[in-house]
Design a binder for this molecule. Sequence first.
Ligand code: AMP
Length: 558
Amino acid sequence: MQGLMQRTPLLLSGLIKHAGRYHAMREIVSRNAQGEIERSNWGEVERRAKRLARALARLGIRPGDRVASMAWNSARHLELYFGVTGPGIVLHTVNPRLFPGQIEYMLNHAEDRLIFFDPAFAPLLEQLAPKLSSVEGYVALAPREAMPETSLAPLHCYEELIGAESEDFEWPVLDENDASLLCYTSGTTGNPKGVLYSHRALVLHSYCAASADVVGLTAEDSILVVVPLFHANAWGLPFAGAASGSKLILPGPKLDGESLFHLMADEEATAAAGVPTVWFGFFDYIDKNRDKLDLSRIRLQKALVGGSAAPRALIKRFNETFGTFLVHAWGMTETSPIATTGKLLAKHAKLDREARYDVQAKQGRALFGVELKITDDEGRELPRDGRAVGHVKVRGPWVTAGYFKGEGGNVLDAEGWFDTGDVGTLDEDGYLTLVDRAKDLIKSGGEWISSIDLENAAVAHPDVLEAAAIGATHPKWVERPLLLIVCREGKLVSREEMLAFLSDKVARWWLPDDVVVVDSLPHTATGKLSKATLRKQYADYFTSRLAGAEAAAAPVAS
Ligand code: AMP
């Protein structure tokens, strides 16, 4: 027997309709490339999104077509999230930090018909334009006076394009399984692959993202969305924000510590979301300017951090500086992206702070809607005992069922599980602890060493800003850990000091064979440490040193 409830499709337009009606005056604050603050609100976002939907129809863009965006976080980019997807067109958010060759591949693979772009990206697009086979026009996200000087053609001015339309538009009723956004993952091998989100998946994900187990967004919250709108739907926060009527604070291109600190203070952010690297820069700025800054202006209650492991030291820092609870989240582009968060359980209430930080440092528990398990190499489920290490697999309504255009073939097993490529443990309470990306594990003498654990232990040193651990080839052990560290300005941590510091934090045989101080570490376009670059650069670090030592020790032939 079927239930007798309405089958209202779950559509992204439903979110903006709700925000436009019930939270019309709630602000959307953007900082533009010139550093100026621009103010809009949810009502304005809906009206302008409707104009955009009409403009797209006038340009002949039909439901199912793809259009791309290449832009920082701003109200205009937010309007695309709704104005493009509302009529059934797919918004392909492009990460402008990728290599031009990868961007070219993605734009052609997606067959984007239009590209909406921040004026600053005109030179990059000019370079790509001759190689883009499907693009019929470019729209600069700017008013007439800020249009870039560019050879891109045909070129539209966004403000004029939508200014020419009325806001008399009804959001159409689509199939909730229709595509809405498209985001490519950089992929470890081969070309980037497209994750094609349905309306249904993202609406369900927004209930989850807004819930108390994630950020707990309400109409009283103001969330600083540092995670880019081009990275996995900005973790669903624009949608969760629309559902909750939260104020959104969109930082534009400036993501340095100083810019974020002042934006957070001036706009009275109660919540913020970004990758760990962003917060390292934020606290570094605070440390260097402690005397000048009034920290009581920061009202942050919760920070959502993911994309890479949030070190315990960062969790502690947030709590002890501002009383902010750091919600450690794990997920991936393929999971829309939030899959687990590290909230505490009732049984943790009596723990002291330090013990709670230990719990928060884990990647967290599966959120309702996401199923999680770990398996051995043969796909057999492993026990949830906090010890067995296995491949992390997920399934659920906001987990991908396959990549765009079938790239990569069938990515699910017979029971619908998706292999995340991550390796970790699950404990009795369901907390996931990520040991590593499968490819980043360090293989030493047949045993595994977690690069994440080594890095977290290293950055707990007060003079270390960032650390990366990789496996470098070793003639005896196959690989041995090499630790690269970036020290805080004016500080130097020697190899001996670092090894002594680590000695009571990791197993003896995990201690790196060497510690190298570097000025900076390479990052991927999504802000993660680029282990692939480091592995290439330092692959022969130990073998060449050993060869050098042997040569030096060899008797000199006369
Ligand atoms: P992306 O698709 O670019 O968002 O990357 C997803 C990958 O980032 C995951 O498969 C993990 O390897 C890594 N990742 C995401 N969140 C975390 C986290 N909290 N701790 C450690 N790694 C993470």
